[in-house]
Design a protein around this ligand. Structure first.
Ligand SMILES: [Zn+2]
Length: 422
C-alpha cells in the first residue's frame, strides 16, 4: 500500500488487543488488485466499481464527526469518506452500538446515553457532508442515493439493551432511520440470550431463549420495518426469533462455524434456518472469529503496541503519522514471517455459507472500527480485493452483486412490506 498520511487501520488492529466492541470520485490506480486466478474476460476491478457494494457493519468512535475525526479526511479510522470512495464501498450500515451492562434503571440510563452518543456521531457526518453521503431508510433510497453519486449511510443498532424494560422507543429509533437491530451483544440481556453469555455476571451457560419482552421486541421491530438482526444471540434465542419474525432476518456480521468454531459464528443448522426464513447471513471479516490468529502475530502485535505507546487510548490519540507508519511496518513484517487470517479465509466462510444456505442468503460485512479487518481487507480503501477474490473463485457478476448488496436489499424490502402502517 502507498504511504498515505495516516490512512491506517491501527485503531482496529489495536482493538483486537482488547475485547470486541464493541461519493463519488475517480477510483485510484488499480495495480495489483486483480488476482492471478481471475478469468481473463472478467475485469474484477471494473466489476467492483460497477457493483453496488453494501457493508452491513461499520462501527464508529465517540469522536466521529468532530474535528478530531472528520470523516471527510483520511483518518485513523478504517472507514471514512475518502476510503469509501477509493475502495468503491458505496454503502454502509453505521452502528449505534452499546455494550452490555447491568439490567438496572441506572444501567438502562447509561445505555440510552451511549446510544445517543453514537447516533449523534452518525448525524454529525450526515449534517456536515450532505453532498457526499446521505441516509437511506429504504432499499429504494439506497439505490437512488448511490445512483446520484453520493455514498449511502444506513443505521443499524447493535444490542437492544438501551431500549430498557419496554419496546416503546422502537418507533423513535425507526423514525431516526434504524433499519436493523440486534437483540443482544456479549452477555444476556432483558430480551434474550447471547452467543457469549457473561457467566461471571451470572448468565447461565445455556441460552435461555427469548424472554416475554424479547418476543415483544421481535413483533415491534417487524411492525416498524426494522430487520431483526440475529448476530450475537445464542442459538436458542436466534431460532425462536426466526420462528416468531413475520419478516426475513439478517445476521449482520457473523462467520460460518463449519469453517471455524467460534461462538460468534453460525452453524449449518442456523444457516439453513436463515435460508428457510428468506433472510441473509453476512459473513464477517473479523480475524479472531473466522480463523486462528498465529500466536506470534498476536504476541508481536501487543509488544509493538507497547513499544510505540499505542496500547492506551491516550497514546493512540497522540500518535503521529510516523508512529502509525512504524506500527504498520512492524505488523507487515510480523505477517510476512508468520502469516495471518486473510481475505482467502473470509472467502472460505462465504463459500461455505453459499454451499449450505444458497447464494441468495449470504452477504459480506467488515465490522471495521469494531475489531474487523483481515489481511488484504484492512480498511474500506481495500474493498476491491474482496471482489477480486470472489471473481478468482468463480462467482459470476450477478452472484457478486447479490453477495455485495442484492440479498440485503431484498431483506430490507421484505421488512418494509411487513411493517404495519397506520
Ligand atoms: Zn459485533
Amino acid at each position: 500500500m502507498s504511504k498515505r498520511l495516516a490512512s491506517v487501520s491501527a485503531a482496529a488492529l489495536l482493538f483486537a488487543l482488547s475485547a470486541c466492541s464493541a461519493p463519488e470520485q475517480a477510483p485510484v490506480e488499480s495495480a495489483g488488485v486483480e488476482e492471478a486466478g481471475a478469468p481473463a474476460e472478467l475485469d474484477a476491478h471494473a466489476l467492483h466499481f460497477e457493483t453496488l457494494t453494501l457493508d452491513t457493519h461499520v462501527d464508529i468512535g465517540p469522536d466521529y464527526g468532530t474535528p478530531s475525526l472528520d470523516p471527510d479526511e483520511h483518518t485513523h479510522a478504517q472507514v471514512d469518506l475518502p476510503k469509501m470512495v477509493e475502495g468503491g464501498l458505496d454503502a454502509a450500515f453505521f452502528i449505534v452500538y452499546v455494550g452490555q451492562g447491568e439490567t438496572t434503571p441506572e444501567g438502562y440510563e447509561a445505555a440510552r446515553a451511549a446510544a445517543e452518543e453514537k447516533y449523534a456521531g452518525i448525524s454529525r457526518m450526515l449534517a456536515a457532508y450532505p453532498d457526499r453521503i446521505a441516509l437511506a431508510t429504504t432499499a429504494d433510497e439506497v439505490e437512488e442515493i448511490a445512483a446520484s453519486g453520493r455514498l449511502v449511510a444506513l443505521i443499524g443498532m447493535e444490542n437492544a439493551y438501551p431500549l430498557g424494560e419496554s419496546v416503546e422507543d422502537v418507533p423513535m429509533w425507526a423514525e431516526r432511520g434504524v433499519r436493523y437491530a440486534s437483540i443482544t451483544h456479549f452477555g444476556n440481556n432483558q430480551f434474550g440470550g447471547s452467543s457469549n453469555p457473561n457467566t461471571d455476571a451470572g448468565d447461565p451457560e445455556e441460552d435461555p431463549g427469548l424472554s416475554d419482552l424479547g418476543r415483544e421486541l421481535v413483533a415491534s421491530l417487524n411492525d416498524h420495518g426494522i430487520v431483526v438482526d440475529v448476530s450475537h444471540v445464542g442459538k436458542t434465542t436466534m431460532l425462536e426469533a426466526i420462528e416468531l419474525s413475520r419478516a426475513p432476518v439478517m445476521a449482520s456480521h457473523s462467520g460460518a462455524r463449519g469453517v471455524y468454531d467460534n461462538a460468534r459464528n453460525l452453524d449449518d443448522e442456523q444457516l439453513r434456518a436463515i435460508r428457510d426464513n428468506g433472510g441473509v447471513a453476512q459473513m464477517v471479516a473479523f480475524r479472531r472469529y473466522i480463523g486462528e490468529m498465529p500466536q506470534a502475530v498476536t504476541d508481536g502485535q501487543r509488544a509493538l503496541a507497547v513499544e510505540l505507546n499505542l496500547h492506551t487510548p491516550e497514546g493512540r490519540a497522540a500518535a503521529t503519522p510516523d508512529i502509525i507508519q512504524a506500527y504498520q511496518d512492524g505488523m507487515a513484517a510480523l505477517r510476512a514471517e508468520h502469516g495471518d487470517v486473510d481475505i482467502a479465509i473470509l472467502a472460505d466462510h462465504i463459500d461455505h455459507a453459499v454451499e449450505v444456505a444458497g447464494i441468495e442468503h449470504v452477504g459480506i460485512a467488515s465490522d471495521f472500527d469494531g475489531g474487523g479487518g483481515v489481511g488484504g481487507w484492512e480498511d474500506a480503501s481495500e474493498t476491491p480485493a474482496v471482489t477480486a477474490e470472489l471473481v478468482a473463485r468463480g462467482y459470476t457478476p450477478e452472484e457478486i452483486e447479490m453477495l455485495w448488496s442484492g440479498n440485503v436489499l431484498r431483506v430490507l424490502r421484505a421488512a418494509e412490506a411487513a411493517a404495519v402502517t397506520d
